[in-house]
Design a protein around this ligand. Structure first.
Ligand SMILES: NC(=O)c1ccc[n+]([C@@H]2O[C@H](COP(=O)([O-])OP(=O)(O)OC[C@H]3O[C@@H](n4cnc5c(N)ncnc54)[C@H](OP(=O)(O)O)[C@@H]3O)[C@@H](O)[C@H]2O)c1
Length: 139
């Protein structure tokens, strides 16, 4: 049976490239993004399911996972890719901007990981690739 992978932040960069790569390798891909209505390339691949996931909205995380399971029956691997870097002089970056980044890169990653835990207890692997952490968990 084909394996299924859920990738966050699949609209561009590493997330986009990774989702297309896994699809070409025959995986079933749940490509999640904040604005799926703008998507053009992923929907051309028959084994990619595009759905909305905003990591700072736990309800959207739950919904995306449930939709993915409904579509493919299971999730074997999660790639926590959504996030961003913020560069500049520390004193020039406001506390609000730092909080926003932690809401996405740290707490957002935690929402997604927590929502995946029932799956993980069965079999899934979780990869976290945002700036603050890079973890390969039981790969
Ligand atoms: N490139 C590097 O050298 C490098 C190095 C270390 C770590 N990383 C990490 O690797 C990941 C991918 O990097 P990249 O270079 O491919 O960056 P990218 O092209 O900017 O892709 C980031 C992705 O994260 C999504 N995203 C941002 N905030 C989100 C949110 N609140 N909810 C859901 N999705 C959100 C973006 O969606 P939108 O299109 O909607 O903005 C985009 O799809 C990032 O987490 C980055 O911090 C990258």
């Amino acid at each position: 049976m084909n394996k299924t992978i859920l990738i966050t932040g699949a609209s561009s960069g590493i997330g986009e490239a990774t989702s297309l790569y896994f699809a070409q390798q025959g995986w079933q891909v749940i490509a999640t993004m904040r604005n799926p209505e703008k998507e053009k390339d992923h929907i051309k691949e028959p084994n990619i399911f595009v759905t909305r996931l905003e990591v700072t909205e736990p309800a959207s995380v739950e919904t995306a996972i449930q939709q993915g399971i409904q579509k493919f029956g299971k999730i074997d691997v999660l790639i926590n890719n959504a996030g961003y870097g913020q560069q500049g002089l520390f004193e020039a970056v406001s506390p609000e901007k730092i909080q926003e980044q932690f809401d996405v890169n740290v707490f957002g990653l935690m929402h997604v990981t927590r929502a995946m835990l029932p799956q993980q207890l069965r079999m899934a692997r979780i990869v976290c690739g945002t700036w603050p952490v890079l973890i390969l968990n039981n790969w």
